[in-house]
Design a protein around this ligand. Structure first.
Ligand code: PLP
Length: 395
């Protein structure tokens, strides 16, 4: 099939939920992708944060091959050794004590909301409500969408679920206003991705942790986009020195295979009993077998240090460009999830980059987002920053 044929048949048979770009990629190696006609592109989107190890990483490809020849799925009627091993690895690296596995980010958030509700309903005075933040993005299913405080995602799907209040990101007073005796949980992305790449301040997250302690509320960190090494720490909450009660993970954990995880701490897991939540595919041999190998690479301290340094390099290089062009309003983000806020339509930049065979994306109408594979090199970063500079001087 050619790209044109793919576009035509997609239009005819695939439900149009996506505004797709006119590209169809067929191969990938490291940070590079090749379209159906064999043309090369530099991938600075990493499948929206999924391909942390780039495309067809040899270790990942090998584990996939081996696992595919052993066993793929048995269901959670039985024990699954690779699921057990992955849960142990995750818990040994964070606050978590028990993990629930599912298949996507939105499903992980859904699980987190259910576990928080269950916890709230076991309190002396039941607590059932959730506080989420302006510009948050937690997913597309009804619970996750109800916690997603962006009109563009909610519009047309009302009524959403009751019991979700909106506070302002990085604004402590608004948290005070929104938390009530009925609040079961506060859900926050420590680094908002889809909402514009906004990194929470340390004092804000600390404040929230304190509110949660004092008012008997659970703290849920949604690390679907910012977790698993993306910010230079294995988990983004580590930047703030806090201990959440629940953490959601997804995108990169299984090297491109669908997976989600809800990590629960000591206040939460004891209230969940067999039969109260489930997923047919969740944590099957295939995905968790692969994820164990991916986790070992992403959690390696040298790997994380490298991500941190490359993130600092990208931030510094973008900072240099920002000094030269008034059209850049801000450089923000953390690690290898960085963005520049601009005073023009960010899609213009994306299209310019695409003409140079570099794939980037937006995070809102005036935010250019960079979310490359974590294996990116300084040379790749230079190429992207130089392209941005050329674009800004030519426009
Ligand atoms: C922070 C966050 N939570 C949840 C989700 C939903 O994940 P998924 O698309 O896998 O359902 C996303 C997706 O971008 C996300 O960035």
């Amino acid at each position: 099939m050619t790209t044109d044929e793919t576009i035509k048949i997609t239009g005819q048979y695939v439900l149009k939920t996506y505004g797709r770009k006119p590209f169809a990629f067929e191969n990938g190696k490291g940070v590079l992708m090749y379209n159906l006609e064999g043309e090369e592109y530099l991938d600075f989107n990493s499948g929206l944060g999924v391909n942390a190890l780039g495309h067809c990483h040899p270790v990942v490809s090998n584990i996939i091959k081996n696992q595919a020849e052993k066993i793929i799925h048995t269901s959670n009627l039985y024990h699954i050794s690779s699921q057990a091993a992955l849960a142990e690895k995750i818990c040994k690296h964070c606050f978590g004590e028990r993990v629930f596995f599912c298949n996507s980010g939105t499903e992980a958030v859904e699980g987190a909301l259910k576990f928080a509700r269950k916890w709230g309903n076991t309190q002396e005075k039941p607590k059932t409500e959730v506080v989420a933040f302006k510009n948050s993005f937690h997913g597309r299913t009804f619970g996750a969408l109800s916690a997603t405080m962006q009109e563009k995602y909610r519009k047309g799907f009302e009524p959403l679920l009751d019991g979700f209040a909106e506070a302002i990101f990085n604004d402590t007073a608004s948290v005070d206003n929104m938390v009530t005796d009925k609040t079961a949980a506060i859900i926050i992305e420590p680094l908002q991705g889809e909402g514009g790449v906004n990194f929470a301040t340390r004092s804000f997250i600390k404040y929230i942790e304190n509110v949660c302690k004092e008012r008997e509320v659970l703290l849920i960190v949604d690390e679907v986009q910012c977790g698993m090494g993306r910010t230079g720490k294995l988990f983004a909450y580590e930047h703030f020195g806090i201990t959440p009660d629940i953490m959601t993970l997804a995108k990169p954990i299984a090297g491109g295979l669908p997976i989600g995880a809800v990590v629960t701490g000591p206040r939460v897991w004891p209230v969940i009993n067999p039969g109260e939540h489930a997923s047919t595919f969740g944590g099957n041999h295939f995905v968790t077998g692969v994820a164990c190998g991916v986790f070992d690479i992403l959690s390696d301290s040298q790997f994380l240090k490298d991500v941190e340094e490359k993130g600092e390099y990208l931030a510094a290089r973008l900072g240099e460009i920002a000094k030269k062009f008034d059209s850049i309003k801000e450089v923000r983000g953390k690690g290898l999830l960085m963005a520049v806020a601009v005073d023009f339509n960010a899609s213009d930049a994306v299209e310019y980059f695409e003409r140079q065979h570099i794939l980037i994306c937006t995070a809102g109408p005036s935010v250019i987002r960079f979310i490359p594979p974590l294996i990116v090199t300084r040379d790749d970063i230079d190429r992207v920053v130089e392209t941005l500079e050329r674009f800004l001087s030519e426009r």
